[in-house]
Design a protein around this ligand. Structure first.
Ligand code: FAD
Ligand code: DHB
Length: 393
């Protein structure tokens, strides 16, 4: 089989890239190792930057997002006895949207269905070949156990942190930077109306907590826990008690409403960047090239930003035989990647308890400044609401 662009991975990055390229008449095939149901049901990110929503709007994918998502002007920052609202719209002229990654992935899947695009789910043994030549190809075993070969002009690795694409780049031409944070998040989904209008990011000596949401009836909440935490040690009652304490139940009459927990998981926290994000005819996008800790809500947004830049670069390469944007892709994308890596590190270290009393005083001093100085608030707002894509191009 032959296509112009073979996309490995049907997460948000892979599906969006294939959608944008197909809209420009570029032939694409998407290969995914999991089932469609699994990919669309995976509970992950929930916050979209303004520029991410712009990309979806321009691609004709924003209709349900605008109807069912929540537009938020900002966030609340909380620590014992203090709560401050940061209004990003007032500060930097743009807010964020709350819309689950599950919903975004379903919208992308529906758009692919309408276009009748080529996607192969449940494939195994995906392997990349001859990526340094103009005739790269991908081999895989399809869902019926038949060996397949897909020849392409370009291969794009959108296969997340553990997929084969990044591994296909020779070690001696790839630099890697990595940090494992000494915390993890326990994430829960609960069938209860959110107890807050906008997200609450809370510092507490027991550890960080975050109150987010998915709909008018579903809340998403996170607690800082030790890495390697056994989920069995956290009963629903213990989770709600810890959330209430850390999020400031009782502060100025505010109350956290508990409800039935429908999903629980522990997420490790790490930062990872691999560069360059291109080797020969292989391009990497999203989690395949970089991971950020979730505190800044940047993972999904970075994946979308990579893809927006890459789609235009591939269009120029394949339609106009102009390689200039493709040659600049890695450098262009990495500027935003490192900005977001820094912001995610900054939010993480400001908000997570280390157990060291000196660190705690520094964090409180930092929070006080961020929540009360226009310069401090604006810095957080500009990064959280997201840098415009046009600045990076
Ligand atoms: P992915 O969504 O990981 O998609 C990669 C796809 O490639 C997957 O569908 C995978 O099955 C497929 N694949 C892998 N190997 C192969 C193979 N061999 N062959 C074919 N296909 C393959 N971000 C936030 O901002 N907030 C959050 O709360 C948050 N929570 C997260 C929780 C978890 C458990 C994880 C893993 C990530 C979370 N993120 C969060 C990050 C965010 O979800 C990712 O940044 C985002 O999914 C990146 O999209 P992607 O398309 O690059 O990668
Ligand atoms: C969500 C996840 C995040 O990592 C974050 O910073 C904010 C919200 C969420 O899943 O809703």
């Amino acid at each position: 089989m032959r296509t112009e662009v073979a996309v490995v991975g049907a997460g948000p990055a892979g599906l969006l890239l294939a959608h944008l390229l197909a809209a420009d008449g570029v032939d694409c095939v998407v290969l995914e190792s999991r089932s469609r149901e699994y990919v669309e049901g995976r509970i992950r990110a929930g916050i979209l930057e303004a520029s991410t929503v712009d990309v979806f709007d321009r691609a004709g994918l924003g209709e349900r997002l605008h109807r069912e998502g929540f537009a938020h002007r900002g966030i609340h920052l909380h620590w014992p006895h203090e709560r401050h609202h940061l209004d990003f719209v007032d500060l930097v002229g743009r807010g964020v949207w709350v819309y689950g990654q599950t919903e975004l992935t379903k919208d992308l899947g529906a758009a692919h269905d309408r276009a009748g695009s080529a996607r192969w789910y449940d494939v195994s043994d995906t392997a990349l070949h001859d990526i340094e030549t103009d005739r790269p190809y991908v081999t895989f075993v399809d869902d019926e156990g038949a060996a397949q070969r897909m020849d392409a002009d370009v291969v794009v690795g959108c296969d997340g942190s553990f997929g084969p694409s990044r591994q296909a780049v020779p070690r001696d031409v790839q630099d890697v930077w990595q940090r494992d944070y000494p915390y993890a998040w326990l994430g829960v989904l609960a069938d209860v109306a959110p107890s807050t209008d906008e997200l609450i990011y809370a510092w507490h000596p027991d550890g960080f907590a975050l109150h987010s949401m998915r709909s008018a009836h579903v809340s998403r909440l996170y607690l800082q826990v030790e890495p390697g935490t056994d989920i069995e040690d956290w009963s629903d009652e213990r989770i709600w008690d810890a959330l209430a304490t850390r999020l400031g139940d009782g502060h100025d009459g505010w109350q956290l409403m508990p409800g039935p927990i429908t999903d629980k998981s522990v997420l490790p926290m790490r930062s990872f960047v691999a560069a360059p994000m291109r080797h020969g005819r292989l391009f990497l996008a999203g989690d395949a090239a970089h991971i950020v800790p979730p505190t800044g809500a940047k993972g999904l947004n970075l994946a979308v930003a990579d893809v927006a830049v890459l789609a235009e670069a591939l269009r120029q390469l394949l339609r106009k035989h102009d390689a200039s944007l493709a040659d600049a892709y890695s450098q262009t994308a990495l500027r935003r990647v490192w900005r977001c890596t820094h912001f995610s590190w900054w939010m993480t270290t400001m908000l997570h308890a280390t157990g060291d009393p000196f660190d705690a005083q520094l964090q409180l001093a930092q929070l006080q400044w961020v929540a009360t100085s226009t310069a401090g608030m604006t810095g957080l707002a500009e990064n959280y609401a997201g840098l415009p894509l046009a600045l990076e191009a």
